[in-house]
Design a protein around this ligand. Structure first.
Ligand code: NOJ
Length: 743
């Protein structure tokens, strides 16, 4: 039976005092036990884990979402461990829990932090209702390599966009109060630089210079911290020879020291044990010591902390003060979540949102995640009332599970509405729908279904062709070297094209795919990512014109794998590419002598532009941008610079435009990107109307981590562009003056 750890007198004290009271009653083993996070996904977890829980060797439990099992595990901790400290239950709640929203990368295409916040809020409430109080999200790793399977889970290539959206997710998960009904703790991951793994191969080493780390990879972590993120997770990666989980410089130095994080840092799954595999530590004792001293508080799945920290403290190799600090962070989190005061709180207070409400938000999120990449001859929207026969073709047209995407453990496939069934309902009885998958799954190479698919296309006025990747082809450990559409999908597209009907392609995928060879076979192209449960209705809405697309790419689309990494915020180089400084491979004369004169940074076979640039996305409206009006030619530090631009919706439909502002710092102590997103606004603009959109910049927006590692702006000239994508051409320039001697 548990001792009473909290008396009435102690309960009346503040959290810090209550934490100290528990700590003072703990043995070294019990303190180390709080740092141990174990998996409960295999059969009979309460049987398997009972002895460890009773002995106080478990602080948190991952991957159990069945109410009876959660209650059994919690009972063991509360009633059968000496001190009765409750367990904390965690789960990867990445883009929804029971209700599945678009992939994080798809949500990023909405450029809508309010929506992202609400989606996280729903996911949190659904998870909390089962007893899960801690998610391992958001993943804010900047991702510039579409081969990397985890790009699906990312918020894209841009530090500013990922910062805004990552912060919104944190706010959504955590709500106003961690202890409030429906709130769960966020865990910002993977600290840091995981997305830069070599060759886009998961878990591979990274080589990130400090400037790049600070100016590209760290800003979203900083923003998530500012939004109040309670916990962080280390990365599996090796950064310039020092694995992230043993990286004292990054965790203690940068995150805790410079950024001021004093919450809980958890390792990734067995990443403390993997310090040995990396070749960084000799044995589990050393791995435990190095990780603890680097700033990791909780051990996910290696058991090195619980097995070795008590002895390391007794031997004087790890200080008891450090062990106390680590356990203190775990207990403080449990108090903040209300888990210690009411371990079953969310279970008995219920509070999962009604599925209909959750699905209605999932529908909105899916609509906003869709990016219209091509619409030749205005083939879209299709007026369904004018259609007599419509074909729906393709291996992803009717796959309720696949459309949910990666990282879906608890999603309900029965809540999915597929494109096929949504188009069928939208079309009603007045038209005939001809369905033929053509291929049974995305990697299918058999062409036996092509004849039926071609017949369906021939019998129809237009074709909706749903192609892409199955969910399992992206996500953790699911990287691809070839990012074209797999299987016989290119051949299917050619076959369908040959039927001579307008082809509207919808691509459902977990990453940007290389579309160069297939895109010519489409009249229209909607990029749907994996759009979640309500992908079908969202796709039907956009195709039929019930919704006007507004999504914009959160990541550049390469023409080919050979262009990777390709991102808009590249450095200029000493020989930047320009149209008259490139040559196509077919124009290089055979036997031509060696020359580089007048040449620039490009590929002979793919030039230097991506297939689709960052920030790009079409609408059924037409947005025309005027000139930038700028309030001053120069500003002093602290002074605002006002920028205004007139935007007109010259189309005949009301629409939403994501207005994007980019800058360039022309010369600095470190070279700066050719363009950097600094601000954006979602602007709703009725057909035929104009609006002046205003932005304000100060030197704080121009700041970066400088050569001496201090953070701030440097005086000098800046360019600014405003427009609908990263190639926006409305331009202005201004100067940032040096701070005057008077201050
Ligand atoms: C490993 C993944 O890298 C991490 O993101 C995830 O949260 C943990 N496994 C727990 O499932």
């Amino acid at each position: 039976m548990a001792d009473a750890i909290l008396t009435d007198e102690i309960n009346s004290m503040d959290i810090d005092a209550r934490v100290e009271s528990i700590l003072s009653q703990m043995t070294l083993e019990e303190k180390a036990g709080q740092l141990n996070s174990v998996d409960a996904s295999s059969p009979d977890p309460s049987g398997r884990l009972a002895d460890d829980i009773r002995a106080g060797r478990v602080g948190a439990v991952l991957n159990q979402v069945e109410l009876p099992e959660i209650c059994k595990l919690q009972y063991l901790a509360l009633e059968e461990s000496r001190l009765g400290v409750p367990l904390l239950f965690s789960r990867d709640v990445i883009h929804g829990f029971n209700t599945v929203f678009p992939l994080p990368l798809g949500q990023a295409a909405s450029w809508n932090p309010g929506l992202v916040r609400e989606a996280a809020r729903i996911a949190a409430a659904e998870a909390a209702a089962t007893g899960v109080r801690w998610t391992f999200a958001p993943m804010v790793d900047i991702s510039r390599d579409p081969r990397w399977g985890r790009i699906a889970e990312s918020l894209g290539e841009d530090p500013h966009l990922a910062s805004v959206l990552g912060a919104a997710m944190v706010e959504g998960f955590q709500g106003e109060e961690l202890s409030a009904p429906g709130s769960i703790a966020a865990c910002v991951k993977h600290f840091a630089g995981y997305g830069a793994s070599e060759g886009g191969r998961d878990y591979a080493a990274t080589s990130i210079p400090d400037n790049e780390m600070r100016n590209v990879y760290l800003p979203p972590f900083k923003a998530a911290l500012k939004a109040g993120a309670a916990t962080f997770m280390t990365s599996f990666g090796d950064i310039d020879g020092v694995p992230a989980t043993g990286n004292d410089y990054l965790i203690n130095g940068v995150l805790r020291g410079e950024m001021g994080f004093d919450g809980l840092m958890i390792s990734d799954w067995d990443s403390i044990g993997q310090l040995i595999v990396h070749g960084f530590c000799e044995n589990p004792e050393e791995a435990a010591r190095i990780a603890a001293q680097a700033g990791v508080d909780m051990d996910m799945m290696s058991s090195a902390f619980v097995d070795h920290l008590p002895a390391l403290v007794r031997q004087g190799l790890v200080s008891e003060a450090l062990l106390d600090e680590m356990a203190r962070r775990v207990l403080t989190l449990k108090f903040a979540l209300g888990v210690i005061d009411d371990p079953y709180a969310d279970i008995h207070r219920g509070g999962a949102p009604a599925p209909a409400d959750a699905l209605s938000l999932a529908h909105k999120a899916a609509v906003e995640s869709l990016v219209l990449l091509k619409n030749e001859g205005g083939v879209l929207p299709l007026d369904f009332s004018e259609i007599d026969n419509l074909a729906v073709i393709g291996p992803l047209a009717d796959q309720p599970v696949e459309q949910m995407g990666t990282w879906v453990f608890d999603g309900r496939a029965e809540r999915s509405i597929t494109p096929l069934s949504a188009v069928r309902s939208a079309l009603g009885d007045q038209a005939q729908l001809h369905f033929a998958p053509g291929l049974t799954h995305s990697r299918d190479n058999s062409q036996t279904g092509f004849a039926d698919a071609a017949a369906a296309a021939r019998a129809s006025d237009a074709v909706i062709l749903c192609l892409g990747e199955e969910a399992i082809l992206s996500g953790e450990a699911h990287c691809r070297a070839d990012i074209t559409l797999p299987g016989a999908q290119l051949d299917l597209a050619k076959t369908i094209r040959a039927a001579g009907k307008p082809v509207i392609a919808v691509i459902l995928a977990g990453r940007p795919l290389a579309l160069t060879h297939i895109e010519p076979y489409f009249d229209a192209l909607i990029y749907a990512w994996h759009p979640g449960n309500m992908g079908g209705p969202a796709i039907a809405d956009v195709i039929s014109g019930a919704a006007n697309p507004s999504g914009k790419l959160p990541v550049s689309f390469p023409k080919s794998v050979g262009q990777i990494p390709i991102h808009y915020n590249r450095k200029n180089s000493g020989r930047p590419a320009e149209p008259d400084k490139v040559i196509a491979i077919e124009d290089v004369p055979v036997g031509a002598p060696q020359t580089s004169l007048g040449m620039s940074s490009f590929h002979l076979d793919d030039g230097y532009e991506p297939f689709y640039p960052f920030g790009f996305g079409l609408s059924y409206s037409k947005f025309a941008y005027g000139h930038i009006q700028i309030s001053a030619q120069s500003i002093a530090p602290g002074e605002p610079l006002e920028l205004a631009i007139d935007i007109t919706n010259s189309g005949d439909r009301d629409g939403v435009e994501i207005v994007q502002l980019y800058i360039r710092d022309r010369a600095a102590s470190l070279t700066r990107p050719v363009r950097e997103l600094k601000a954006f606004q979602r602007v709703e603009l009725p057909a035929g109307e104009s609006r002046t959109v205003r932005f304000v910049l100060t030197d704080a927006d121009l700041a970066f981590s400088r050569r001496d590692k201090s953070f701030g702006a440097e005086p000098g000239g800046f360019d600014v562009w405003i427009g609908g994508d990263s190639q926006a051409d409305a331009h202005a320039a201004f100067e940032l003056c040096a701070r005057s001697a008077a201050g």
